[in-house]
Design a protein around this ligand. Structure first.
Ligand SMILES: Nc1nc2c(c(=O)[nH]1)N[C@H]1C(S)=C(S)[C@@H](COP(=O)(O)O)O[C@H]1N2
Ligand SMILES: [Mo]
Length: 364
């Protein structure tokens, strides 16, 4: 059985059932890839314990040759492929938004994110082997083995979908390995999808079935959750058909050091954190020690061979005695940057909380 206190001793737990826990800021900085033991977990239902000897992947729908593959067949039949990519929950940094007005969902700080090297096979190779139709208007729906229980919806298996173009992209994987280790049960053992740049929700764990179809998945997770909604909409008035599906994640950044409320020695202080631009590159990271009135440019560390990976940044700033509001904002290669205030992006689900990340410290 999965024992979170043993397998994930460093995480900050948001909820025990379902198990949701985030990486503390110092562990995010610990290495360019986040150790599996430190990697955040977001689950909507149980954590199934699947037997890799009997677990199978079915591929059907608009395909010439439906497939029904054992894990051994899946890994033997297709070329191995690795991609280093960020996985981030659309609810990352929701806590900032909740200071504006309450939202539904767990109050994640900046740790519902991690960067990992994922290894498996390209989804595109599997779709080609099945003779899938690959017209860009089609969708690839996924179904998983975990069971979600909701007051209104009842019990159902997790399911989501992605568009055909993203499904055929060479970096979209069916993965068995994370940072060179088999996936842990809580990360989807023995099989998960990894859809780089997309919100974590589109990377189903415990994957059991793939269907090529002419419409998005009709699963609750795809239809009535994880959508962008305007600020006036509430839980009672929401029309999910009007929401925009969250796929690509927006530009974001966070301060991981120092911690909120830290008391520092006056003088030189080192600030560090991450920035993520998903489909684009992080062009610049600005850091402020006066709440955003003036800015200095951080030093960036990015692996050019790993475009889906995050950018870690660092800077030393002079902090005189007193209270300071530290802030960070990233710029991408298209010259776009982050909104200043969580008020600018508030929505009742608390998704895509990407305003300047602010940390309050005192120097003595
Ligand atoms: N089957 C299944 N896949 C899932 C989920 C889930 O609850 N069940 N949660 C999704 C969400 S919302 C996120 S953010 C990521 C989290 O992946 P991790 O727990 O490996 O960090 O998994 C996604 N895939
Ligand atoms: Mo998520």
């Amino acid at each position: 059985m999965f024992d979170p206190s043993r397998s994930k001793p460093n995480l900050v737990v948001q909820s025990e059932h379902p198990y949701n826990a985030e990486t503390p800021p110092d562990r995010l900085l610990a290495s360019h890839v986040t150790a599996q033991a430190d990697f955040y977990v977001r689950s909507h239902g149980d954590i199934p314990h699947l037997d890799p000897a009997t677990h199978r992947l079915r591929v059907g729908g608009r395909v010439a040759t439906p497939l029904d593959l054992s894990m051994a067949e899946l890994w033997d039949r297709f070329p191995e492929r690795s991609v280093t990519a960020v996985l981030q929950c659309a609810g990352n940094r929701r806590a900032d938004m909740q200071e504006v007005r309450p939202t539904t969902g767990d109050p994640w700080a900046a740790g519902a994110i991690g960067n990992a090297e994922w290894t498996g096979v390209a989804l595109a190779d599997v779709l080609r082997a099945a003779g899938a139709e690959t017209d860009a208007v089609l969708h690839v729906a996924f179904e998983s083995r975990d069971v979600i229980e909701m007051p209104k919806e009842g019990r159902f298996a997790y399911g989501v979908s992605i568009g055909m173009a993203k499904a055929m992209a060479p970096d979209t994987l069916l993965a068995h390995t994370m940072n060179g280790e088999p996936l842990a049960p809580e990360h989807g053992f023995p099989l998960r999808a990894v859809v780089p740049g997309y919100a974590g929700v589109r990377s189903p764990k415990w994957l059991a079935a793939i269907t090529v179809q002419d419409r998005p998945s009709d699963n609750h997770m795809q239809q009535r959750d994880y959508k962008m909604l305007p600020p006036g909409v509430t839980e009672d008035t929401v029309d999910w058909q009007q929401g925009v599906t969250i796929d690509d994640m927006p530009l974001t950044s966070a301060i991981c050091q120092p911690a909120e409320g830290a008391v520092l020695d006056a003088g030189r202080a080192r600030l560090q954190g991450y920035a993520v631009a998903t489909a684009r590159a992080v062009a610049r990271v600005d850091v402020s020690s006066d709440g955003g009135r003036t800015w200095a440019q951080a030093e960036l560390e990015h692996d050019p061979a790993a475009p889906w990976s995050w950018t870690l940044w660092r800077i030393e700033l002079d902090l005189p005695k007193g209270q300071h509001e530290l802030a960070v904002r990233a710029w991408d290669s298209a010259g776009q940057t982050q909104p200043a205030l969580p008020d600018d992006v508030w929505n009742f689900k608390g998704y895509l909380s990407t305003a300047w990340h602010r940390i309050h410290v005192s120097a003595v």
